[in-house]
Ligand binder design. Structure first.
Ligand code: TXA
Ligand code: FE2
Length: 563
C-alpha cells in the first residue's frame, strides 16, 4: 500500500514563527496545515534580537500545534511511529539569531521523532510553492518579498538569478518609507490601503536590463512627503512605479527565456495592484500567470514543508553535522535534485525580436529598413507609460547616433517620432552575432563597448542578439582599424533603448558583464570568447573597468557551472 509523504516544516527567518504539516495525500489530493505566530515590533522595523526571542517563545507552541494536527489526521492503518516522515526547516536566508533558534528546534525534533532533517532555502521555497500550486513546468518566478527581490528560472540543476534588486528588497524599501511617515511595521499593507485615494505624481523609475533599484525612488518618496505632497499620492505613485518596474523585468525575463509561465512569490505578492499588473502583462502577451493564495505568499512554514517533502522524496536530507544555517543563503547556491531537467528554461537564447518585451520591430531587408515601435503597456499607469516610451525612444535615437560618432558601427537613423514612440533605422548586417559567434567579432564588440564607455554612456543591454554582423557602409568617423573582420565585415551595435549616460565604473563593468553573460548563455565553448571580449576592451578602454568586472563576478551571483 502506498503511503502519503508527510513533512513537518518550520519557518522563522524574520517575523513569522510558523510550523506546518504537508501531506501529499494518498489519492493525489494534498493538504497543508499551517500555524503561525507573527512578531510585531512595538516601534521601528524588525529588531533581530527581539525577533529571535519571539522565535524562542513561539516556535515550540506552533510546532506542538502542527504535530497535534499531524497526529489527529493520521491514517488509522499507518503503523509508523512518527506522525511525520521528515522535519524541514528554513536554513536561510534570514536573520542569523532567528535562524539558529529554528535550526536548533528542528535538529531536536528530528532526533526525538527519529526522522531525517531537510534544510530548505527560504527563497526557493517562495518560488516552489507557486510552481507546486500552479502545476507549471518551467515558469519564470518573481520573488517579491521583504528582504529580497529576484527573478529566477531553472536551468541545469539550479535556479538561476536572471535579475535582482541592486539595493534593498522590495518590501523593506516600502517599509522604510512607512517608517519615515511614522507608520508601524509592516508598512506594505498600509501603503496599499492608502494608495486607494491617491493620484499619480512623477517618481524615479530605475530598471537596468533585468536588474532594478529602489534607493532613488525611496529617497524621492520621502522627500515628496516632507515637501507636503499628500501621502496618498506618494503611496499610489510608489506602488505604480515600483510594481511597474517588477512587471517590466518579469516581462523581459519571459521574453528572454521564451517561457510563457510566470509565478509570483513572497510577502509583497499579497498586494492586489502588483498581482493586477502582472496578470495584465501576462494577458497582453498570452502567458499564464499564477499567484499563490496569500497564506502561501507571506512567510509561512507551509512552503517549507512542501519543498521539504519534494527534497525528502529525492533523498535530499541533511546530517546533523552539516545542518549549519546560512544567513546569506542564495537561491542559486541550491543544487536542485527534486525536479527533472525537462523544465530547463533557455536562458540567453531568446526570440525577443518576435515576442519583444518592449517593442514591435518590422524588418524590411529588401527596403533596407527597420521600424521599431514601443508598444503601450496596459499594466502601467498611462502617464508613466507615456513618459517611459517617449524617454526611451529619444534616448535610443540619441545614443545610436552618439555611438556612431565614436566610431562604433550602428544603423543610421532615418526617422524618430517620440510621441508615437517610433523609430526608423537603416537595416544593417546579415545576421545576429548569436548565430555566428567568432572570437574576432566578439573582440570587436569589446572595442565598441570600450569606445562608448569612454564617451560616457552604456548600451544597457549588450547581448549577442543586439549585435548584427555583415558588410555595410562605413560610418563617416570609422577608422580603417575598426574594420576588423575579413572582407570588410562589421559588427554593429543595435537597440540602445536601455542605454544611459553615466560616469560610474560600476555601470561600465555591468555593461560588459551583461555581454559576458550573454556569451556564456549562447556559446557552447564560451571561454575563448570571454577572453576575446576582454582583449578587445583592453585595447581601447580603461583597465579599471576590467578590474571592476572581476569584482562584479566575485560577488557570487553569477555562477553558471551547472553542477
Ligand atoms: C528572508 C526572509 O525573512 C524574507 N521574508 C520576508 O521578508 O517576509 P515576507 O512575508 O516574504 O514579506 C514581508 C514583506 O511583505 C510586505 N507586504 C505584506 N503585505 C503587503 C501588501 N499588501 N503590499 C505590499 N507589501 C506587503 C511587508 O511590508 C514586508 O515588507 C524574504 O523572503 O526576503
Ligand atoms: Fe520571505
Amino acid at each position: 500500500m502506498s503511503t502519503a509523504t508527510r513533512v513537518l516544516g518550520i519557518e522563522g527567518t524574520a517575523w513569522a514563527a510558523s510550523a506546518a504539516v504537508y501531506d501529499s495525500g494518498r489519492d493525489g489530493v494534498d493538504s497543508v496545515f499551517i500555524e503561525t505566530d507573527a512578531y510585531e515590533p512595538d516601534s521601528g522595523g524588525i529588531h533581530p534580537r527581539e525577533a529571535a526571542e519571539h522565535m524562542h517563545d513561539a516556535i515550540p507552541r506552533v510546532v506542538e500545534r502542527a504535530l497535534e494536527h499531524a497526529r489527529e489526521t493520521r491514517d488509522g492503518d499507518d503503523e509508523r511511529s512518527s506522525p511525520v516522515d521528515a522535519v524541514a526547516f528554513s536554513r536561510g536566508p534570514g536573520l542569523g539569531p532567528c535562524l539558529r533558534v529554528v535550526a536548533t528546534a528542528a535538529r531536536a525534533l528530528s532526533q526525538t521523532l527519529d526522522v531525517p532533517l531537510v534544510g530548505v532555502n527560504h527563497m526557493v521555497a517562495h518560488l516552489e510553492i507557486g510552481r507546486h500550486a500552479s502545476g507549471f513546468d518551467s515558469p519564470v518566478c518573481l520573488n517579491a518579498s521583504g528582504a529580497n527581490a529576484h527573478l529566477l528560472a531553472y536551468r541545469n540543476g539550479r535556479y538561476r538569478v536572471l535579475g535582482e534588486t541592486m539595493d534593498t528588497g522590495v518590501g523593506n524599501a516600502i517599509d522604510k518609507f512607512t517608517r519615515h511617515v511614522g507608520w508601524s511595521h509592516p508598512g506594505g499593507p498600509k501603503v496599499e490601503a492608502t494608495a486607494e485615494d491617491g493620484e499619480y505624481v512623477d517618481l524615479p523609475y530605475v530598471v537596468k536590463g533585468m536588474d532594478f533599484s529602489f534607493s532613488g525612488i525611496m529617497s524621492a518618496a520621502k522627500q515628496a512627503y516632507d515637501d507636503g505632497v499628500p501621502v496618498e499620492d506618494v503611496c499610489y505613485s510608489l506602488q505604480e512605479n515600483v510594481f511597474a518596474m517588477l512587471t517590466e523585468v518579469s516581462e523581459r525575463a519571459l521574453s528572454l527565456t521564451g517561457s510563457d509561465e510566470l509565478v509570483l512569490g513572497g510577502g509583497v505578492g499579497q498586494n492586489a495592484r502588483l498581482r493586477e499588473m502582472l496578470a495584465a502583462m501576462c494577458d497582453q502577451r498570452a502567458a499564464s500567470f499564477h499567484a499563490p493564495e496569500p497564506r502561501f505568499l507571506r512567510d509561512n512554514a507551509g512552503m517549507i514543508a512542501v519543498l521539504g517533502a519534494k527534497m525528502y522524496d529525492a533523498g535530499d536530507t541533511l546530517a546533523l553535522e552539516d545542518s549549519r544555517v546560512d544567513p546569506n543563503y542564495r537561491p542559486d547556491q541550491v543544487p536542485v535534485r527534486w525536479r527533472s531537467d525537462e523544465g530547463n528554461v533557455a536562458i540567453g537564447s531568446d526570440d525577443g525580436r518576435i515576442r519583444g518585451a518592449e517593442a514591435v520591430v518590422d524588418l524590411e531587408p529588401a527596403a533596407g529598413r527597420v521600424t521599431k515601435r514601443r508598444r503601450e503597456k496596459r499594466y502601467r499607469h498611462p502617464a508613466l507609460d507615456e513618459r517611459l516610451r517617449r524617454e526611451r525612444t529619444t534616448l535610443e535615437a540619441r545614443l545610436t547616433s552618439l555611438a556612431r560618432r565614436e566610431g562604433v558601427p550602428t544603423p543610421v537613423l532615418s526617422d524618430v517620432d517620440p510621441l508615437e514612440a517610433r523609430l526608423e533605422f537603416e537595416y544593417v548586417g546579415e545576421s545576429d552575432l548569436r548565430e555566428g559567434l567568432t572570437a574576432e567579432r566578439v573582440r570587436d564588440v569589446g572595442r565598441h563597448l570600450a569606445r562608448i564607455h569612454r564617451a560616457g554612456f552604456v548600451h544597457g543591454d549588450p547581448t549577442t542578439r543586439n549585435v548584427r554582423v555583415g558588410r555595410g557602409r562605413a560610418s563617416s568617423n570609422e577608422r580603417p582599424a575598426d574594420v576588423r573582420t575579413e572582407g570588410g565585415e562589421r559588427t554593429y551595435l543595435i537597440d540602445f533603448g536601455l542605454g544611459y549616460h553615466t560616469d560610474h565604473v560600476e555601470d561600465y563593468a555591468m555593461d560588459l558583464h551583461v555581454f559576458d553573460q550573454s556569451l556564456v548563455g549562447t556559446a557552447t565553448d564560451p571561454e575563448p570568447l570571454r577572453e576575446a571580449v576582454r582583449e578587445g576592451y583592453r585595447e581601447v578602454g580603461d583597465e579599471s573597468v576590467l578590474e571592476r568586472l572581476r569584482d562584479v563576478e566575485g560577488r557570487g551571483r553569477y555562477v553558471e557551472d551547472g553542477t
